[in-house]
Design a binder for this molecule. Structure first.
Ligand SMILES: Cc1ncc(COP(=O)(O)O)c(C=O)c1O
Length: 454
């Protein structure tokens, strides 16, 4: 019998995070201060983030030590098991071995606490008492609610309106862990009021919720903002996924030909793939695929350009694939993939040819998620279904080419709180949706006057 799951004992929980910035063959372009047009100084970030995380954001170090207390909390669910999806393999009848890292075993049910715990710890070490954030699907908000409670901080979450309505259970998870959760846009911030004046029924977006959270975070000295994806330090924290997976695959005597993840802001994909991309840079032949929705095709159809991370233009300008900061994605169920931008590190890696992005329609992703649930048992999050769809495509391609392939992908979270999305699919309400070109052209007007990447 094949080994179904490979555990690592707790002593192998990584002691350091891996920073791909140390190994890029060409350095990333810097972020820019929108006022000066120059790279921001650490002090520019000071009202938003604690200085220890700002330093981490900019560090050139290849390895960063994981604080002992962060490892102590990680121990609740890490190391996560590596599964062999042999039952899915059989159903696909393709010459592939499929492995996945199950990040759904964390208490909130996704990879997000890998960075939430780290960010809560660094904020606390800096003397911060309260964190404010945004959330799409509610995965990030629930992860930060969990992390802040365990580390003794307060937490407020702006939850994108459409997810707030679709996903009441994640709000309840946040409240169970003691956080305050409100539907964004709200009328309690300038940013929210501006949006509501234009569109009182706005479904909200991550870009808007980020603006609201930053606006409130800078109003109080004891409060900072926390971002669940996109930034370098978030990518860094997530690398525990790929580092553990490498050890687990090594124990099995295996190594992937293809590495796959879904990408909203890029963090679970980065966490799973960056340790393998380091090997690719060193000469290994690996295909690395990032999957996004056709309704929010940031990597596949958005230009690589400087843009704001939020709708209200409060963040520094980030060099990234973007659909424009005022783009409001359709209210698809994969709420965590509804973001106009993409992590600068992931965007840079695409530009260097290290990553291949693909866009997949939501109907195909749910077909894939259902096949997964009906073979492997676990019900994936709608976001994770994008990775599974890409895995199934890769398996079919291997079959067509008659090539043996080992595929590793990140199972970023479970879908047990997303069953309304499965209801929509099972009752035929979910329709294919690809973003029209005119909508992209309209949204990109917002970045026309911003500096270009050299
Ligand atoms: C389960 C799951 N997967 C993926 C994502 C996308 O985020 P990221 O690209 O940062 O991993 C989210 C975001 O909420 C999520 O909840």
């Amino acid at each position: 019998m094949t080994t179904k799951k490979t555990f690592l004992s707790e002593e192998f929980l990584p002691k350091q995070w891996y920073n791909l910035n140390a190994d890029f063959p060409k350095p990333m372009p810097p972020p820019l201060h929108p006022g000066t047009g120059k790279p921001p100084t650490p002090e520019d970030f000071a009202p938003i983030f604690p200085m220890n995380l700002v330093e981490q954001e900019m560090t050139p170090a290849r390895w960063v030590d994981i604080p002992a207390e962060v490892r102590e909390v990680y121990r609740i669910w890490r190391p996560t098991p590596l599964y062999r999806a042999d039952r899915l393999e059989k159903a696909l009848d393709a010459p592939v071995k499929i492995y996945f890292k199950n990040e759904g075993v964390s208490p909130p049910g996704s990879h997000k606490p890998n960075t939430a715990v780290a960010q809560a710890w660094y904020n606390k070490a800096f003397g911060v008492k309260r964190l404010v954030t945004e959330t799409g699907a509610g995965q990030w908000g629930s992860a930060l609610a969990f992390a802040t409670k365990l580390l003794g901080l307060e937490c407020k979450v702006f939850m994108v309106r459409v997810s707030y309505d679709q996903k009441p259970y994640r709000r309840l998870m946040m409240q169970t862990w003691g956080a305050e959760c409100v539907a964004s846009p709200t009328d309690t911030t300038e940013a929210g009021r501006k949006i509501l004046a234009k569109n009182p029924d706005s479904p909200g977006s991550l870009g808007i919720a980020i603006s609201e959270a930053i606006e409130q975070a800078v109003q109080r000295k004891d409060t900072r903002y926390s971002l669940g994806s996109v930034l370098n330090h978030v990518m860094l924290h997530q690398t525990v996924i790929g580092l553990e997976a490498k050890k687990q695959l090594e124990a099995l005597g295996d190594y992937p030909d293809v590495v796959i993840g879904c990408a909203g802001g890029g963090s679970n994909f980065a966490g799973a793939s960056f340790p393998f991309i380091a090997d690719k840079i060193a000469g290994k032949q690996i295909q690395v695929i990032a999957a996004e929705p056709t309704s929010c095709p940031t990597m596949t159809r958005g230009p690589y350009a400087y843009d704001f991370g939020d709708t209200n233009q409060t963040t520094p300008l980030l060099p990234m694939h973007t659909l424009g900061h005022d783009f409001v994605p359709a209210p698809i169920h994969a709420g965590g993939l509804r973001y106009h931008g993409m992590a600068p590190m992931v965007s840079h890696a695409i530009r260097l040819g290290l990553i291949e992005p693909v866009a997949i329609d939501q109907v195909e992703t749910f077909e894939s998620g259902l096949l997964f649930a009906r073979t492997e048992g676990f019900i994936p999050a709608p976001e994770t279904n994008h990775a599974i769809a890409a895995v199934i495509r890769a398996a079919k391609q291997a079959k067509e080419e008659g090539k043996q392939k080992t595929i590793f992908f990140n199972w970023s979270g479970h879908g047990l709180v997303d069953l309304a999305a499965y209801d929509a699919y099972l009752t035929g309400k979910l329709k294919p949706y690809s973003l029209p070109d005119e909508e992209i052209q309209r949204a990109l007007k917002a970045i026309e006057k911003l500096p270009k990447i050299a």
